[in-house]
Design a protein around this ligand. Sequence first.
Ligand code: ATP
Ligand code: MG
Length: 566
Amino acid sequence: MRQSRTFIPTTREVPSSAEAISHKLLIKAGMVKQVSAGVYTYLPLATKVIQNIEKVIRDEHAKIGASELLMPILQSEDYWKQSGRWYKMGDELIRVTDRKNAGYALSPTAEEVICQTVSNMVTSYKQLPVNLYQIQTKFRDEIRPRLGLLRGKEFIMKDGYSFHDSPESLRETYNDYYQAYSNIFDRFELKYRAVKADSGNIGGSYTHEFQALAEVGEDTIVYTEESDYAANIETAAVVEQNYTMPTDYEKKERSLLETPNQQTIDDIAAYCGVEVNRAMKALALKADGEFYLVLMRGNDQLNDIKFMKATGTSEVEMATEQEIEEVMGSAVGYMGPFGIKNCKVIGDNAIKYMYNHSCGANKKGFHYINVNPGDYEVDAYYDLRMIEEGDLAEDLSGPVKFAKGIEVGQVFELGKGYSESMDITYLDANGRANHFYMGCYGIGVSRVISAIIEQHNDENGIIWPKEVTPYQVHLVCVDIKKEEQVKQSEELYKQLTEAGYEVLYDDRAERAGVKFNDADLIGIPLQVVVGKKVGDGIVEVKERKTLEKVDTKVEDVLSKVEAFYK
Ligand code: ATP
Ligand code: MG
């Protein structure tokens, strides 16, 4: 493609509302034009990137036997009412009416319509599993569309759906998708983690989120460098291998200590002469109407989700001062396990390993010191605390790190929820009607563009990974007034194009500086610069990532390009 003919409106003008690096670069490189908040036109360069992303997706979906179809965006409210999402989704669902006042949803995903699609068409267990996907525009009236293509009101999603006659068959397809997604994100050269996302509720669904690591990400994920372990910070388990008990410590005699003016746990620890991880803190909670005293190390934070899961409760709040005094018989700021009343006492696993520690004495102005395991009673121990950076990972592979992530995809075992509400069935081997087991699988195609740019850029611009780059070679004719340079450029353009490469040929009447800046900004991985040395049969081959330039004989250019893309 001749750059003089295509439309790549590069610019230095970036609106101040563009906070994310990817958003800025999408605008600077002339890839998108905003139409309204969260709604964009994809300009030719972005369109080519989308096509490449889609190609990789189609490729990997073909390998797992998923067939592509295309469902409507305009979806009758009837189906949405049947699934119940018409009522549940609230304002995020964009609703429109036609001239007869019939209601429609603009599809934010397509579980309802895929169910409508297979109903009465997939009728026998012999046809199962069925595995279908589409790449289609989606609509969500996000409260705050932001960060360019990362959170749009209108965006492109790949959404896949599978139908099964058993949980085992569903898990098999789920695992296929998990592998396909891994391959896809590898081919995009994204640094990502597949995070087991667990809603925390009892009986929560089986699902993984694919999170591309990036500072702008909205999710905090916990991972290690040593393995592919990753978890959401809300659910990341803290294993007991994190704690040890010295075998030879001298057990001291417990005694009461007056601690009248200590406010914070740090003050108390200092006053009691222990490090804060040997100052026990106790939290009084009320969950589903019952009282709990939760014992933890002074420096740890309670994870509410873990608490609710461990206790099988669903609503939790702090006990009031009055409840602490009148029900539990303690005093705010001085709670501890000795003599506490009318509550369950539960401990974080870490406290099993505390020794000669302090704790509240349930008496205003007093703490115990030199408390040891066995001195008091605990109803149960659980993993209850928030994980911290440096804790040993659940798979014991090494210390965990925290990172921000962008959710680029998710695989989800839906089970029978939709097939039951939409009432779609197949006949099993005994001729009985059963509801399908279903899975759904999404990739944010347009969001992926931004995620890739977030991870692949430098101060000069974008650096495209090989499989998604809009063009493979950026051929730059430095000065189109020089006949020799034009002649050589035209020849190379022809040669590379005929060899099957996609070449963007900068044949514009622009200054050399402008062309070089644009080439780095647009970020095609290889640049071939035809300049002054062409008289000696020499051009420059520049790798965008390393910025390394190598004088290359004209006749060697093709083999260099081939070597780069092999
Ligand atoms: P998020 O938590 O970011 O709102 P989600 O979990 O609601 O996303 P899904 O319903 O799982 O999203 O949709 C599948 C994929 O579509 C997501 O993994 C994400 O990559 C993409 N996606 C979702 N919402 C948007 C959006 N507003 N703009 C761009 N991509 C989106
Ligand atoms: Mg999701």
